[in-house]
Write a protein that binds this ligand. Structure first.
Ligand SMILES: [Zn+2]
Length: 284
């Protein structure tokens, strides 16, 4: 289990899946030849052949009086996912979450950085043939912009299944609070707007006792985008806005002692952005 301390706050990583290779569909420019020269990516974020390592995990932020789960991965039993291996998963995610000290009923807040399939899955679970909220005692904070975008008009057929089994049941249970992209959750945690990957995409800033951390969400998918911020992901809804957000955020992070915790970063997952030639790298 990986856990970080930011002042009096802890952040715990609960892994659902880790994969090596097979992510070119997301970052088409990340060829082996392009990745191999970026030596600091090995061994945590790429292998000896230049294949990308990626992780799908949730991050539990525990403050003095809150237990916040940030992004709920893919979930078990889901169907009609675009990526075949993401259908009918049976992982030990909930048991691992409980073993880390967080049985579902202890979670009081769920944050989805955006509504993509790998960020909302465990919002619900299948019980007696119905999708029910996994975290019955939590308020689910969903971005007003993000919610409006996906429930009014979108072009992605596969999103209908995601909304139907992972968003609508929580809404109908009355557990959703629509929030703005800069919403202050509690003294130590606040949303930060990082649009481009999706229209209402947010990151999460943690500050406690003079220390600071940032949970990225998907404004970057892989640390190679720290070295090459111009590389957009095929999942970015507005590639130019996503690029502008990356450059702006990386520039700010490189000038402050902020622990950056990547939502899809494998291995050590976290580090500090520092200048490296014309761009940046992720130092320990
Ligand atoms: Zn994602």
């Amino acid at each position: 289990m990986t856990r970080w301390r930011i002042g009096r706050v802890t952040v715990t990583k609960i892994v659902e899946l880790e994969v090596t290779g097979g992510s070119r569909f997301l970052l088409p420019q990340a060829t082996y030849e392009a990745i191999l020269p970026i030596d600091w990516l090995r061994p945590d974020f790429a292998d000896e052949r230049g294949r990308l390592k990626m992780s799908i995990h949730a991050l539990v932020v525990e403050t003095r009086d809150r237990r916040i789960i940030v992004d709920t991965c893919l979930g078990n039993d889901k169907e009609n996912r675009r990526i075949p291996t993401w259908n009918r998963l049976q992982t030990s995610f909930l048991a691992d979450l409980a073993a880390a000290g967080y049985p579902p009923e202890r979670i009081d807040t769920v944050v989805c950085t955006h509504f993509h399939v790998d960020h909302v899955g465990w919002n619900t679970m299948l019980v007696g043939g119905r999708w029910v909220p996994t975290f019955p005692n939590a308020r689910y904070l969903m971005g007003r912009v993000e919610y409006g975008h996906w429930t009014s008009q979108h072009e992605r057929e596969d999103m209908n299944a995601v909304l139907a089994d992972s968003v609508t049941p929580v809404w109908e249970a009355g557990l959703v609070d629509l929030v703005e992209t800069d919403h202050q959750i509690c003294d130590e945690a606040r949303l930060v707007p990082t649009p481009g990957h999706t229209p209402g995409h947010v990151s999460l800033r943690i500050a406690s006792d003079g220390e600071e951390a940032l949970i990225t969400g998907d404004f970057m998918h892989h640390p190679c985008q720290i070295a090459l911020p111009d590389w957009s992901s095929t999942a970015d809804s507005d590639p130019e806005a996503a690029r502008a957000t990356r450059v702006q955020m990386l520039t700010r992070l490189a000038n402050a002692p902020v622990l950056v915790i990547g939502t899809h970063f494998a291995g050590r997952t976290a580090g500090h952005v520092v200048p490296d030639g014309p761009t940046f790298r992720l130092a320990p």
